[in-house]
Design a protein around this ligand. Structure first.
Ligand code: ADP
Ligand code: ASP
Ligand code: MG
Length: 408
């Protein structure tokens, strides 16, 4: 028997009956070539968004346990239709929910982490000769409730299953040919990247490159799972390999650029300038399960500072609630919320050994009349918060100035 392969089909790749049949044909071809095949399937099309919108029509802030129960149904539609398509073609297949597949998650509803996978039933069904389709994006939490794994979480299911089942690699099938130097929908000149390191992909994903969920890359790196991202329906698609550090003679300094439109900028005015204030604020954010991204504190004016930070828009309502308490307790000034921002980032391992990237980035934004509101850096990434209306233009300019439109 050849090595086991985990294939994942995203929402757009199973958006209608014809696509489900074509995706099933790809899985069947792998099975016929002698590989045991596990297929992770997402909710068809925009189903997850539609389910969330439906819940919000019933209650503006739906209970998170029940929202998880609702959202998880989308993936069940995907896996069952996929298995139905395989069986109709005479190929044995069986669908399993996340809990049936032994995917155990923690308690954080709507953004749970996978704690462990006990894939006994997956092995049993494979041994019976089945193609096993597993619902992405869901697991069973310690209270035996269904929990979902954060938006884009089917990528995480696929990579974690590949690790648990000791698959040769994990194949992510989507609606583009792989990972590009920028979102090809925003930057038409973007080029396909043949091979990219986990670290760079992790930073790009965290910076808004939606093609892979960031947490799935963390898991791939931890367990050394090679990932191939390719087009779902173009069998000639070369795709992109995401693997450990890629060495080449001459590294490009910048590998890719990304845009994140999901950030909200929060500014707390007149925070007393004394020890412990920042701790109070960010401990409160942590307790409210709010992930904070960029943070800046202005120089003290008088005996107070302004503190600004960004949060994901899905965490914003929780942040607002928690901050109302903080404001009372610390007696700060007013709190401002700016939803009209975007974050642009440039990423590349070459930054470790090259200086001048920040200067070039800021100069290019200035030359294009883009105002920078916040800056943050990591070893291999520089991010700027800019006005929402400047986001797409900033991304295109940066793509050009770092020569990403040209063959390396
Ligand atoms: P799926 O439904 O298959 O999970 P997603 O919508 O989550 O697909 O991810 C694919 C989309 O990611 C593409 O359609 C593309 O617009 C977007 N994207 C953003 N940045 C990049 C990038 N650097 N390379 C490729 N695609 C990107
Ligand atoms: N259906 C889920 C989402 O839309 C998970 C996924 O597609 O990866 O976020
Ligand atoms: Mg996705």
């Amino acid at each position: 028997m050849k090595e086991l392969i985990v294939m994942k089909f995203g929402g757009t790749s199973v958006a209608d009956p014809e696509k489900i049949q074509r995706a099933a044909d790809r899985a069947i071809a792998k099975r016929k070539a002698g590989h045991p095949v596990v297929v992770v399937v997402s909710a068809p099309g925009e189903m997850t968004d539609e389910l969330i919108a439906l819940a919000r029509r019933v209650a503006p802030e739906p209970d998170s346990r029940e929202l998880d129960m609702l959202m998880a149904t989308g993936e069940q539609v995907g896996i069952s239709l996929f298995a139905i398509a395989c069986r109709a073609r005479g190929v044995p297949a069986v669908s399993l929910t996340g809990p049936q597949a032994g995917i155990l998650a923690d308690e954080a509803h709507t953004k749970a982490r996978i704690v462990e996978i006990k894939p006994r039933k997956v092995h049993e069904e494979l041994a019976r000769g089945n193609i096993v389709t597993v619902a992405g994006f869901q697991g069973l939490n310690p209270h035996r409730d269904i929990a979902t794994l954060g938006r884009g979480g089917s990528d995480l299911t696929a990579v974690a299953l590949a690790a648990a089942l000791k698959a040769g690699h994990c194949e992510i099938y989507t609606d583009v040919h792989g990972v590009y130097t920028a979102d090809p929908r925003v930057v038409p000149e973007a080029r396909l990247i043949e091979r990219i390191s986990y670290d760079e992909m992790l930073e790009l994903a965290g910076a808004g490159a939606q093609v892979m969920q960031a947490r799935s890359i963390e898991v791939a790196k931890k367990f050394g799972v090679p990932i191939r991202v390719a087009h779902a329906f173009d069998v000639h698609s070369k795709g992109t390999w995401i693997t450990g550090e890629v060495s080449s003679m001459e590294e490009a300094v910048v590998t890719g650029v990304a845009l994140d439109r999901n950030q909200v900028k929060v500014t707390i005015r007149d925070v007393p300038d004394k020890p412990g204030m920042a701790a109070e604020i960010f401990v409160a954010m942590g307790k409210a399960d709010v992930n904070v991204d960029m943070i800046i504190q202005s120089a003290a004016h008088g005996s107070v500072n302004d503190i600004s930070f960004t949060v994901h828009k899905d965490d914003h309502a929780n942040a607002v609630k928690a901050l109302a308490q903080v404001q009372k307790r610390l007696k700060t000034g007013p709190i401002e919320h700016n939803v009209n921002v975007s974050k642009v980032s440039v990423v590349g391992v070459g930054m470790r050994s090259h200086s001048g990237v920040a200067g070039k980035m800021f100069k290019n934004l200035a030359d294009n009349r883009v105002n920078i509101e916040m800056i943050a850096t990591s070893e291999i990434k520089i991010s700027c918060v800019v006005d929402r209306t400047d986001g797409d233009r900033a991304l295109r300019c940066l793509h050009k100035v770092f020569g990403l439109d040209k063959k390396p």
